[in-house]
Design a protein around this ligand. Structure first.
Ligand code: DON
Length: 336
């Protein structure tokens, strides 16, 4: 029998050669979709409308810290709703599961990210991935003064990415000026005592979280940190308390793509989260972080090229959580 390191050793139907071809796969997917022009750049936050619609990046980071990338993986854009799972994780760590679920549920809403609605039975937001839930979570992790809580969030995202991140103050201002829908949601939650009286501070925390600047490679590394049980693969720092990551990944899986969450789970089959600046990140537990970036969005607010690229990556690499040939995604362990 060949050794486990042998170049032709079959592993769940795959060989070590597949690993060396991974870069080719990413390059091919990048070339295939780089000219797709469908979708529109988000403009409801005016500053987001300045994004270059041609930008397109695909980045994979393994739980061991190897990076494979194609296209615009160093262009900065705002994290937007991709902040939501991380904020949820921080709330779980700071307040514990019981306190958090008093303020936010874990049911997919099937509605748009910014819908003004609460669960009619409990008055809680349906889940932490929609704006209502994310504002409730922001309310839990904010600090006094508010700058302290914002900095704590930026620092944690920086630890996950493995480099110091910062806020795009123009986007934050733009979002603050136009965020009346989020204000309406916050007032509704205040009415039901889901959030405390420091409503403006909760919104400030939320707007700042959405305005953290990241690159496609940062997001892949942050996803790899989650995949690596909360430890950044390059710095080796334990960034997240891994006992809560299963909750974070679950809400990503069921609610991360809003009203496309079911279709995403069906077709891609990974816990993931999208943002209106055009980013999507996904996690292959214990194996891999995936990130795509392209600013043109579909009707559900998800990156058009990003969705196409993720579908093909998942299909090609057998990443779907219930992929029959994907025995614990052990193929990916060859890349560590
Ligand atoms: O609340 C908002 O409008 C934004 N800051 C975040 C929205 C977002 O990214 C939705 N995701 N696709």
């Amino acid at each position: 029998m060949q050794s486990a390191q042998g170049s032709e050793t079959p592993l769940n139907g795959r060989t070590r050669d597949d690993a060396s071809r991974l870069q080719d796969v990413i390059d091919r997917i990048y070339e295939k979709y780089r000219n797709v022009e469908d979708g529109t750049v988000a403009t409801y936050i005016p500053e987001l409308g300045k994004a270059n619609p041609d930008h397109f990046g695909i980045c994979l980071a393994t739980a061991g810290g190897r990076v494979f990338r194609a296209g615009d993986c160093d262009k900065e854009f705002t994290i937007q709703s991709m902040c939501k799972p991380f904020a949820f994780q921080m709330a779980l760590e700071q307040c514990g599961v019981e306190e958090v679920v008093k303020r936010v549920g874990v049911e997919p809403s099937g509605d748009a990210f910014n819908s003004i609605e609460l669960d009619p039975k409990t008055s809680r937001p349906f889940n932490p991935m929609i704006n209502a839930g994310a504002i409730a979570v922001a309310s839990l992790i904010k600090k006094d003064p508010v700058e302290t809580g914002i900095q704590a969030f930026v620092d944690r995202m920086s630890e996950a990415a493995g480099r110091q991140l910062r806020i795009d103050h123009d986007v934050m201002r733009s979002e603050t000026l136009t965020g009346n829908r989020n204000r309406a949601i916050a007032y509704l939650m205040r009415n039901f005592e889901i959030i405390d009286e420091y409503l403006h501070e909760s919104l400030q925390q939320y707007f700042a979280q959405c305005s953290v600047l990241v690159t496609c490679e940062d997001m892949a590394m942050m996803a790899a940190t989650v995949a690596n049980m909360g430890r950044n693969p390059l710095t080796n720092k334990q960034v997240f308390d891994f006992q809560y990551l299963k909750y974070m990944l679950t809400v990503m899986f069921t609610c991360g793509l809003y009203d496309y969450a079911g279709g995403w789970a069906y077709e891609v089959g990974l816990p993931a989260k999208s943002g209106v600046a055009g980013g999507i990140f996904g996690v292959v537990n214990r194996q891999l972080g995936i990130s795509v970036y392209s600013p043109k969005l579909d009707a559900q607010g998800n990156s058009v090229r990003g969705i196409l690229a993720c579908k093909e990556l998942a299909r090609h690499l057998g990443l779907h959580a219930f992929e029959f040939t994907n025995v614990g995604s052990s193929f990916m362990q060859w890349l560590l």
